[in-house]
Ligand binder design. Structure first.
Ligand SMILES: NC(=O)c1ccc[n+]([C@@H]2O[C@H](COP(=O)([O-])OP(=O)(O)OC[C@H]3O[C@@H](n4cnc5c(N)ncnc54)[C@H](OP(=O)(O)O)[C@@H]3O)[C@@H](O)[C@H]2O)c1
Length: 270
């Protein structure tokens, strides 16, 4: 859809199951093709949006049908060019374009992708083309990523996306146990504000607030005691989170060694 808005023509879609192909066809109003038939021959760009474990199989299926001047890419963050080797062996160009966005469904993806960063890995000669595709056609921000760096690049994205969502889920469960209705309405603006602070004022380390950077061991002790009354699960999750906060504050130079040691000991004992 995003590429179409910028004048690209959608030649067709293919999927392993009839049901998914139909869903794509009705959403995109594009013809459905069998994977591995010659339709890919007519395409300048082939996008593989399959789950990570399936990318190589799809690349193998389409490789014999590709033109040598076509470009094939996948969207995985952790994988580089290796799963596209069958495509490269067939003489086509390959690239990995990872949108740094959390996309639980297609409609949400269309809202999240414009303005997002994209991790780009491709042969050097293709870089200008890939950068123009991301910046010009997808309204994204291209960031070149070395092939070998992609797992760590992806780890950073996962820590952010899944870390925030999981911590929100934990905090929502705590508020629900206290009988607070719609905990997401209480915590959502807090989370949005934290992210805005980090983006506007120099990152998470610089904008970390709260009892750890204030050295408030007594507050942390009270947290643990209160959470124990709600459930032992909450205590272990809080401990792990607090250790991560302590480590982050220490790495950022916001906590000295002695304060770090006192907090870690408190978290062991309480
Ligand atoms: N979701 C995100 O937020 C996000 C963000 C950035 C990057 N990505 C990347 O985008 C890609 C797709 O992610 P996703 O979340 O959409 O994944 P997904 O929901 O797990 O899978 C997408 C599609 O892969 C197809 N598939 C699975 N196994 C297959 C096989 N053996 N052969 C052919 N097709 C197969 C599935 O087909 P069926 O419908 O038939 O099961 C499904 O439609 C991944 O590389 C992921 O790393 C995702």
């Amino acid at each position: 859809m995003l590429l179409r808005r910028r004048g690209h023509q959608l030649i067709g879609v293919a999927s392993r199951s009839q049901e998914s192909a139909e869903r794509a066809r009705s959403f995109l109003a594009a013809p459905v093709f069998e994977l591995g038939t010659s339709f890919a021959h007519t395409a300048d760009i082939v996008l593989i949006g399959a789950s990570n474990a399936a990318i190589r199989d799809v690349a193998e299926a389409i490789a014999p049908t590709l033109r040598r001047d076509s470009f094939v890419c996948h969207f995985s963050g952790s994988l580089g060019l290796e799963p596209l080797a069958p495509v490269a062996d067939a003489g086509a160009a390959s690239g990995a374009l990872h949108p740094v966005a959390a996309c639980p469904d297609v409609v949400t993806a269309l809202r999240r992708l414009p303005g997002s960063a994209w991790g780009v890995t491709c042969a050097e000669r293709l870089e200008p083309w890939a950068i123009a595709l991301v910046r010009g056609d997808l309204d994204g921000v291209p960031v070149m990523v070395e092939d070998r760096d992609r797992p760590a690049w992806h780890a950073a994205a996962v820590v952010t996306a899944n870390g925030v969502a999981s911590l929100l889920a934990l905090a929502e469960a705590v508020l629900s146990s206290l009988g607070v209705g719609s905990p997401e309405a209480v915590l959502g603006p807090l989370a949005s504000g934290v992210v805005a602070n980090a983006v506007e004022k120099g990152g998470g380390a610089a904008t970390l607030t709260g009892p750890v950077v204030r050295g408030e061991n007594e507050t942390i002790r009270r947290h643990v005691i209160a959470l124990r009354a709600l459930g032992e699960d909450f205590v272990s999750d809080y401990r792990q989170t607090a250790r991560t906060i302590v480590a982050g504050a220490r790495r950022a130079g916001r906590l000295d060694e002695a304060a770090e040691a006192r907090m870690l000991q408190l978290l062991e004992e309480v």
